[in-house]
Design a protein around this ligand. Sequence first.
Ligand code: FAD
Length: 356
Amino acid sequence: MRSEEEHHDIVIVGGGICGLATALALHRIQEAWHHKSTVQVKSSRVEDFRCLKRTDLIQVLFDNLPAGSVRLGCQIVAVEGDSSTSFPILYVHDGSIIKAKVLIGCDGSNSIISKSLGLGALNSLPNCVIRGLTNYPNGHDLERCFLRNLDNGYMAFGRIPIDDKLVHWFVDWPYPDRDTDASKDPKFIMELAMQQIKDYPAEMIEMVESSNPSSLNLTRIRYRSPWHLVFGNFRRGTMTVAGDAMHMMGPFLGQGGCVALEDAVVLARNLAEAMPMGLEGGRVGDGELKKRIEAAFENYVKERKPRVLRLAMQSMLVGMLISSPSKIKRLLSLALLVVFFGGASLSYTRYDCGPL
Ligand SMILES: Cc1cc2nc3c(=O)[nH]c(=O)nc-3n(C[C@H](O)[C@H](O)[C@H](O)COP(=O)(O)OP(=O)(O)OC[C@H]3O[C@@H](n4cnc5c(N)ncnc54)[C@H](O)[C@@H]3O)c2cc1C
């Protein structure tokens, strides 16, 4: 066990899409601070439907960060406020301690930082999603396709080409009554997927059968209830959360990762606006620094809440519409979607979170 103590200005917990994007946004802003220039990176509007591998996105974000800014294998086990400065203290699994002026929790669905902020537990749907990738070395001519069996309410199957050789597919089905270790076994996942699609067209069965076993993944669908988003506390002092740690939602709109990228831009922009000279390099006292960071996080949370609340509601209703075994619930969710969200409108993809 180590008993070392480290000091950092900003610590981000979690190296997924949100953590890496937030780190990159903050580095871009820091560069602007040093060069006294305006950051020109803008969030782009999504005008069309695109599928990409999550690992590719993570790799691109990682590759653009300065060397040494990501520490791998560092599991945070607890967080508390320093009794003298009230800045956050992080406890690492190896016994070491990290003291930070700013703490951003991008640690996903089982977030330690969310728990420390007192956010309630996530809800689980009785569904799971099996996902996989199939490579066609000689190319394919498959188009995007979604199928749903409306008789049982649950079953959904979809495929989306990533490029002319690689296709992403998914099967949505009730969560298997098996222990979680079995649900990580590619053989078990493949058997389950094949069982669910046995009556589907041969071309789809063939695609699932020839998928790459290491790409197979079974995930229980979980989400943060919209009520938590309304009443939850997303910051305390100089600590806040972003990405799934803040607003985990079911995959029904395919927006979780996109919203995590928006969080990164908005969070970094608010920090930059509150502290145009960076963390002020000791020029302002800790009390003033704390006040400015708190104001930045307050604005960040205020800006993000309406956006993520609307998406969480829409995602929950779409989830209910496509997966509830109750016809009455499906009808009710359809009515609410039409009244409040324009039915099948994709207007949520045209949201502009503003420039960095
Ligand atoms: C089936 C499915 C389909 C989806 N489809 C889409 C889609 O089409 N489009 C889309 O935009 N989104 C989609 N999403 C959502 C998207 O994957 C997530 O919203 C996104 O990955 C969230 O990123 P994150 O960085 O917030 O969290 P995560 O990706 O969960 O990353 C959290 C990171 O924190 C680390 N971590 C956790 N705890 C600790 C700790 N204590 N100490 C240190 N590190 C820690 C983890 O190891 C991980 O690296 C889908 C999700 C699912 C389940």
